[in-house]
Design a protein around this ligand. Structure first.
Ligand code: SF4
Length: 76
C-alpha cells in the first residue's frame, strides 16, 4: 500500500501521489498519460498534474488498481 510519507517530492501538490516503491514499469503512464509522467532522472514516475475531469480520475483509479508495486496512492 502506498505511503504518503514516502511520496516523491516532485508529485504535483494534491491528494494523488506516487511513493518511492515505484519500480518504473511505466504501466501507469500508459493508463493515465495526462496525469502521470516519467521523471527526467528515469528512476520513477510522478503525478505531473492532479486530475480535473472525471475521465482523469477514472484513469488514475485504474492506475492505482493495476500498479504492481502499489506505489500510487490518494490521501483522503
Ligand atoms: S505502475 Fe506503479 S510501479 Fe509502474 S511506473 Fe507506475 S507507479 Fe511505478
Amino acid at each position: 500500500m502506498a505511503q504518503a510519507s514516502d511520496r516523491w517530492e516532485d508529485n504535483a501538490e494534491g491528494p494523488y501521489y506516487i511513493d518511492k516503491s515505484c519500480s518504473m514499469c511505466n504501466l501507469c503512464t500508459e493508463i493515465a498519460p495526462d496525469n502521470i509522467r516519467e521523471a527526467p532522472e528515469g528512476d520513477h514516475c510522478y503525478i505531473s498534474r492532479q486530475p480535473e475531469a472525471g475521465d482523469e480520475t477514472t484513469n488514475l483509479q485504474d492506475a492505482i488498481d493495476q500498479c504492481p508495486c502499489e506505489a500510487i496512492g490518494k490521501e483522503e
